[in-house]
Design a protein around this ligand. Structure first.
Ligand SMILES: C[S@@+](CC[C@H](N)C(=O)[O-])C[C@H]1O[C@@H](n2cnc3c(N)ncnc32)[C@H](O)[C@@H]1O
Length: 254
């Protein structure tokens, strides 16, 4: 399989594994290279060996753009491909894959430990339909072609609460414009957070986007949507702290 020129267009700023940023145009991917890390942990090694059939490092993951169904999920190539962004330790990721055997699931996670925890948990649950990629979720178009994705789930992304940090928030106008094109017509998107300021910010971004809102609640666990909800790892932590969970769902019209 050859690397398309557009996918290969980003390059390492320097050959040192500590000079950690890929550069593409003006946007910066905030992940280090997996290859050549001087002291690879168990999780780094596991990504490259034991879990390599199901887990893709940043270099391998972009090779599947537009070909996830045919190359990766060849045995279930007509099944929809769903995406979970920021899987954390994979409690939801594994549950979702197990509960939806007729769908395929890809997780994006940039940290080695939660990435391996997620795929290991899914495999332990007997899921054959789950894969995980190590990538910066801010660049989904490096990984997927237009219309390649069905449902997208974004659960408790880092809130970057300080004014100066808000530029790091995953959800922004450009991100939604990009993600919208990657989802099929009629596909859904779910967003949950405990952070009210981020929620309000995100709702404004969604309002400016082409997504159509299908539901919204500022207190998921005291709402009609509670019964269909699966509590993620971070959600459990926030619930213990007595924080209300905000959730909204959207659809790609069509
Ligand atoms: C607050 S945790 C939430 C984990 C999980 N969704 C849950 O609800 O329990 C956010 C996760 O997203 C990952 N993450 C944050 N920014 C990311 C990015 N730009 N690309 C990929 N993963 C990212 C973090 O490493 C972390 O595991």
């Amino acid at each position: 399989m050859s690397i398309r020129k557009s996918d290969a267009a980003f390059h390492l700023r320097s050959q040192s594994p500590f000079a950690t940023h890929f550069v593409m145009s003006q946007k910066r991917i905030r992940i280090c290279r997996t290859d050549g890390l001087p002291q690879p942990t168990y999780y780094v090694q596991a990504l490259q060996t034991e879990f390599a059939p199901w887990a893709f490092c940043e270099k391998r993951s972009v090779l599947n753009k537009g070909q996830w169904a045919t190359q990766v999920f060849a045995d279930s190539s007509s099944a929809p491909i769903d995406l979970e962004i920021g899987t954390g330790n994979g409690i939801h990721f594994a549950h979702y894959a197990e509960q939806n055997p007729k769908r395929n699931l890809i997780g994006i996670e940039w940290k080695f430990k939660p990435l391996i925890q997620s795929i290991r948990r899914a495999l332990n649950h007997g899921a054959k339909n789950a894969r995980i990629v190590r990538y910066d979720a801010g660049f989904p178009d490096h990984l997927f072609a237009a219309g390649e994705l069905d449902r997208v789930m974004i659960h408790f992304p880092d809130p970057w609460p300080k004014e100066k940090q808000k530029k790091h928030r995953l959800i922004n106008d450009a991100f939604l414009t990009t993600l919208f094109k990657l989802q099929k017509k009629g596909a859904e998107l779910e967003f949950k957070t405990d952070n009210r300021d981020y929620f309000d910010w995100a709702m404004e971004c969604f309002e400016r986007s082409a997504y159509q809102q299908t539901s919204i609640t500022y207190d998921l666990h005291n709402s009609d949507y509670q019964s269909e909800n699966f509590v993620t790892h971070f959600e459990k932590i926030f619930l213990k702290q007595g924080l209300p969970i905000h959730r909204a769902t959207f659809q790609v019209p069509g």
